[in-house]
Design a protein around this ligand. Structure first.
Ligand SMILES: Nc1ncnc2c1ncn2[C@@H]1O[C@H](COP(=O)(O)OP(=O)(O)OP(=O)(O)O)[C@@H](O)[C@H]1O
Ligand SMILES: [Mg+2]
Length: 338
């Protein structure tokens, strides 16, 4: 625990912002901001802003998701989001003792993109900020022995990015990423329902379908769900019944893109380290790692057994927080910002 000011690990994701302090996740909010357009003023962030989505007069209040596929799409809104979140967890001494933060950036972002994250968090009222690559943070947060010479494989699949890496001696030996994730699975369900049933459904409905009955592989039991949408021809509401097998069908193409990230990293890893990964398996983190059967799919398609991390959605934030405590060891491995 820092003597003055606090230390926060921050995971700024496409869908969610998480902050870890000490031993706990102290904030978990949707990465969403509601702005009053005329005064350019923030009216709500996080869950409160999410609840306004599609329910406010568009010309008065705009609801914005400032992170697209893991990178900043709207700089000022991201800064406002970070400032509000950091303020929320800082407590009374915020003005006197500003916090130190470690924040993750996806593997493979450009230097312009990582500089934007650094600048946004620096402007959000912190005393110092450092960046860490997402897969390294995820591996630390999942408790992998990253300081050893053996290869540790991690795969993180969130809402907009999938990253896979082999880590040894505190550094990333090889990594791959793709701008694909849970949001694309939702989109695939929207397209499937439109194609097969001529029914338009919203993204939030598609996400609910994925969470309730979605699976990466066929299941032993049949799950089904009644879904309401708008008939494309009549324009009127209509209900259909969907089963898990249909959703599995709908998800295959996007899942293949996710699997190919894991395969690509194995193909570019030195053989000894790849052999370690085969022995120890890969740890999967991020919200999408919780999709039913995705562990079995990854195991089948890569030959490396996949295991779901404990608390998969929190691993990156936990890893950022723990990285602050091992900062001197990690410093040479962290991305530099100039
Ligand atoms: N049980 C579940 N089954 C399948 N998907 C899930 C489940 N729980 C959450 N998700 C999905 O996980 C995604 C959010 O995960 P996460 O918070 O890790 O993403 P993020 O960090 O915001 O995004 P990214 O890291 O890609 O920038 C959403 O697409 C959500 O639908
Ligand atoms: Mg993430």
């Amino acid at each position: 625990m820092a003597l003055f000011g606090k230390e926060f690990g921050i995971d700024l994701g496409t869908d969610n912002v998480l902050i870890f302090e000490g031993n706990d996740i102290v904030l978990h909010e949707p990465a969403i901001v509601a702005l009053q357009i005329s005064e350019d003023k923030v009216v709500a962030v996080g869950q409160e802003a999410r609840e306004m989505y599609g329910r406010t007069p568009e010309e008065i209040i705009e609801v914005i998701k400032p992170i697209h596929h893991g990178v900043i799409a709207d700089y000022e809104v991201t800064e406002a989001l970070l400032r509000t979140c950091i303020h929320k967890v800082s407590g009374g001494g915020f003005r006197l003792f500003r916090p130190k933060v470690m924040i993750s950036v996806p593997w493979g972002v450009t230097s312009v993109e990582s500089r934007a994250v650094y600048a946004a968090v620096s402007q959000a009222g912190v005393s110092s900020a450092a960046l860490i690559q997402g897969p390294l943070a995820a591996a630390i947060g999942a408790g992998l022995p990253i300081g050893t010479p053996s290869g540790n494989m991690i795969l993180t699949c969130g809402a907009g990015v999938t990253e896979a890496a082999i880590i040894a001696m505190n550094g990333i030996v090889s990594a791959k990423s793709a701008r694909v994730g849970g949001g694309d699975l939702d989109q695939a369900i929207v397209s499937y329902v439109r194609r097969k049933y001529g029914l338009t459904i919203g993204e939030l409905t598609a996400e609910q379908i994925k969470l309730r009955i979605g699976a990466a592989l066929p299941l032993d039991e049949t799950l089904s769900l009644e879904v309401n949408g708008r008939d494309q021809v009549t324009g009127l509401p209509r209900a259909i019944k969907l089963t898990n097998d249909e959703v599995t069908d709908a998800l295959q193409e996007t899942l293949a893109q996710i699997v190919s990230v894991a395969r690509a990293v194995l193909e570019t890893t030195p053989p000894e380290l790849a052999a370690d990964a085969i022995d120890r398996g890969m740890i999967i983190t991020g919200g999408t790692a919780q999709l039913r059967g995705i562990d079995r799919l990854l195991t089948r398609e890569t030959g490396v057994p996949a295991y779901l991390a404990d608390n998969p959605m929190a691993c990156v934030a936990i890893g950022c927080g723990r990285a602050l405590q091992m900062y001197e060891t990690l410093r040479p491995m962290l991305p530099k910002v100039s």
